[in-house]
Design a protein around this ligand. Structure first.
Ligand code: HEM
Length: 126
């Protein structure tokens, strides 16, 4: 029988996603264009929400849903002005985080395809 292994498992589980989003948010913290969009002084809660979302999306525990309900990410991003520049900065930091962690190539490729699609979908300004 072929066993289907989630990307969550192939990537190394929760520690991988914590490290990924930790690096990503370090990039956001040092990027004035993006940092200005985040309403809270402390980026910690936003970091946790993205970590839990990605864990759930890729087949890990569904703690995100329990804490936040259905993601409805496009709707949740409407208050933030996300144009091509913001999208590109977001992607730059996420790609850098993936490259730094150097997961197996299949995992890296799937993640990169996904973030390009998802970041494009979050754009809500010309
Ligand atoms: C395209 C550029 C993007 C920008 C500029 C952006 C910016 C933001 C901002 C300002 C917040 C509010 C911070 C907070 O949680 O308090 C947020 C929340 C969030 N973002 Fe993004 N985001 C982008 C793309 C994405 C993408 C592609 C994903 C998923 C793959 C994502 C997932 C999330 C999640 C899960 C939250 C928390 C939602 C909640 O539970 O309230 N974002 N984002």
């Amino acid at each position: 029988m072929t066993e289907i292994v989630s990307l969550y498992q192939r990537a190394g589980g929760t520690p991988f996603f914590e490290a990924l989003v930790g690096r990503f948010y370090a990039g956001v913290a040092g990027d004035p264009l993006l940092r200005a969009l985040y309403p809270e002084e402390d980026l910690g809660p936003a970091q946790r929400r993205l970590t839990l979302f990605l864990i759930q999306y890729w087949g890990g525990p569904s703690t995100y849903d329990k804490e936040r309900g259905h993601p409805r990410l496009r709707m949740r991003h409407v208050p933030f002005a996300i144009g091509p520049a913001e999208r590109d900065r977001w992607l730059l930091h996420m790609r850098a985080a993936i490259h730094e962690l150097a997961p197996p190539p299949d995992v890296a490729n799937e993640l990169e395809r996904y973030i390009a699609m998802a970041a494009g979908a979050m754009r809500n300004r010309e």
